[in-house]
Design a protein around this ligand. Structure first.
Ligand SMILES: Cc1cc2nc3c(=O)[nH]c(=O)nc-3n(C[C@H](O)[C@H](O)[C@H](O)COP(=O)(O)OP(=O)(O)OC[C@H]3O[C@@H](n4cnc5c(N)ncnc54)[C@H](O)[C@@H]3O)c2cc1C
Length: 521
């Protein structure tokens, strides 16, 4: 445990966190940047392993946008690391954040992502006076018949393989779901030599026309769209709107899909089904912010336009917890450029709150930039909603939770027969979201299914329990065991524990939550 706390801890080295760390260090703060990845970039700038670039066929920037901006940020970070202003802890994930001492310091508990944790138990907790949370998002997944077959992947996962490994996940692909990200994935696959036999967009493109002013807020995105259109023409990729993948066929792995036209509410139009032979199905329904640390730290949340749970922040990215800031997708899905601006503003706010003088014009410019990006994001979410009647595509035996093998029928019966009227009730009763992924994959779909069944819209109070957990990321039993060893160290070195019952920061009820559960028959 570091006896002298950092001025600022930044969790996440994607566009938001990387920007925050660099700007805060340049403003004079002593920063620790913690990221689960072995190198910076996050999801958007995910790129080949920098130690082995010779092993890759194409340069590291292949398939990237705004790469010059990333390179500049990476260079600035390296300079701040070498002059000692930033300590970059790569390959470590934060699994819990607690106030420590008199409440003016946060304790961030970390664990190694892979392999043995060679940090001494006492060094696994990092102390900082302020924290910027920039943990990004997950792919938002919706179940459909056959979605658990090998060969069916989340669109973000397909993109990640392309960017990080320069590997395509199949040879003949269909890309389906909703939103502009589908275009990016399909264009990337086509340029990498995959035959993209169809892109199925569940909504009508005319929905963008309903918010033209929002769409023109971001001319750079419009230009990006023109680039994708050119790639579609060059590779003859058919774009079908108001069309979905209704089911995936295959035994051992995906070997085809049935696509179907839908009406404006997402109901399949009878007689429009058509089979396609593919070995890769990339499904993209947008992203779900990763809120475990935000909720765990006690910050307020709200439901965003796209139905995601997001952190509530003020105009300078401060959360409702003093000293805790949030930036990037955690405050609402809006893309990488928006995330960079939010990260920068959070860093400036942290610097001001730490007593550093910052030119106010810079903060004003960032606030204007963020407001514009937000207007675009709202337009994008309204143009690309999850169709209202998507649940009608499911069969009774379609799996909702693949970890615990809970079916659609089981979820519906739990709502109807056992009167479970929110996602948390269903989760503790029928066990969806109780397996290894802890609801990261099925949580959003589960909440939509329950809302569909109860007829009651989802509220923040329904979604929060799905992400509230005493341990924010999977950890090893050894990490838990180390907490017992740590208790003496924490007492001796921390400025003074706030919770005498559990110096680890875990309350008795948290510890009860961690106890092994009995399997239901
Ligand atoms: C799989 C995937 C692929 C995507 N690909 C694209 C794309 O190609 N184009 C596009 O426009 N958008 C893409 N997105 C959306 C994209 O995430 C954002 O627009 C952008 O990257 C958001 O930046 P961010 O800094 O908020 O988060 P991210 O870029 O997601 O960065 C978050 C970082 O936080 C780290 N982290 C999270 N939790 C912890 C923890 N507990 N401890 C330590 N570190 C942690 C992660 O390792 C990650 O590096 C993708 C999203 C996903 C989920």
């Amino acid at each position: 445990m570091s006896a002298i706390p950092f001025d600022l801890a930044v969790v996440g080295a994607g566009p938001a966190g990387l920007s925050a760390a660099v700007v805060a260090a340049e403003a004079g703060l002593r920063v620790v940047l913690i990221d689960a990845g072995v190198q910076t970039g996050g999801q958007y700038w995910r790129h080949p392993d920098e130690r082995h670039l010779d092993a890759f066929a194409a340069p590291e920037h292949t398939g990237h946008h705004h790469w010059d901006h990333y390179r500049a940020l990476r260079d600035r970070l390296r300079r701040r690391i070498s002059d000692g202003r930033v300590d970059h802890r790569a390959g470590r994930q934060v699994w819990r954040i607690d106030p420590a001492g008199d409440g003016t310091v946060f304790a961030l508990r970390t664990t190694a992502v892979a392999g043995l944790d060679d940090a001494a138990p006492a060094d696994r907790a990092i102390h900082a006076r302020r924290v910027v949370l920039a943990p990004g998002a997950y792919d938002r997944q919706l179940p459909l018949p056959g979605w658990t077959l090998p060969g069916v992947m989340a669109a973000g996962g397909v993109q990640a393989m392309l960017k990080a490994n320069q590997v395509t996940a199949g040879r003949r692909a269909v890309v389906a779901g909703t939103g502009p990200f589908l275009l990016s994935v399909a264009a990337g696959l086509a340029r990498a030599g995959v035959e993209v036999v169809a892109v199925c967009e569940a909504n009508a493109l005319s929905r963008w026309a309903a918010t033209p002013l929002r769409a023109v807020q971001e001319p750079a995105k419009l230009l990006e769209g023109v680039g994708y259109a050119a790639t579609f023409l060059r590779h003859r990729i058919p774009l079908h709107t108001r069309t979905i993948v209704a089911r995936v066929a295959g035994d051992e792995r995906a070997r085809g899909v049935t696509i179907a036209a839908v009406d404006g509410d997402g109901r399949v139009r009878p007689g429009t089904e058509r089979d396609l032979d593919v070995d890769l199905v990339a499904l993209g329904w947008g992203f779900t912010p990763q809120l475990e640390l935000v909720v765990g730290a006690g910050a307020r949340t709200r439901v965003d336009v796209d139905g995601s749970l997001v952190a509530v922040v003020d105009r300078d990215q401060r959360t409702s917890v003093a000293g805790l800031y949030a930036a990037g997708e955690a405050t609402g899905v809006g893309g990488a450029v928006q995330s960079c601006a939010e990260g920068e503003l959070a860093a400036l706010a942290a610097a001001v709150d730490s007593g550093y003088g910052i030119p106010s014009a810079r903060a004003r410019r960032l606030r204007r930039r963020i407001a514009r990006g937000r207007r675009f994001a709202v337009g994008m979410h309204r143009a690309s909603p999850v169709p209202e009647h998507w649940a009608s595509w499911l069969h009774d035996d379609t799996l909702v939770c693949r970890c615990e093998e809970v079916t659609v029928a089981a979820v519906r019966e739990t709502v109807v027969d056992l009167a479970a009227d929110d996602a948390r009730d269903v989760r503790v009763t029928a066990r969806p979201g109780m397996g290894m992924c802890q609801g990261r994959v099925c949580g959003f779909a589960l909440s939509c299914l329950v809302a569909d069944r109860t007829g009651r819209p989802t509220r923040a109070a329904d979604l929060e329990p799905l992400v509230r957990r005493p341990v924010g990321t999977p950890i090893r039993v050894a990490d838990l065991a180390a907490l017992a060893d740590l208790s003496g160290v924490a007492d001796a070195e921390a400025p003074g524990p706030t919770d005498p019952v559990a110096p680890s920061g875990l309350t008795p009820s948290d510890l009860a939550d961690l106890a092994p559960r009995k399997e239901r028959p």
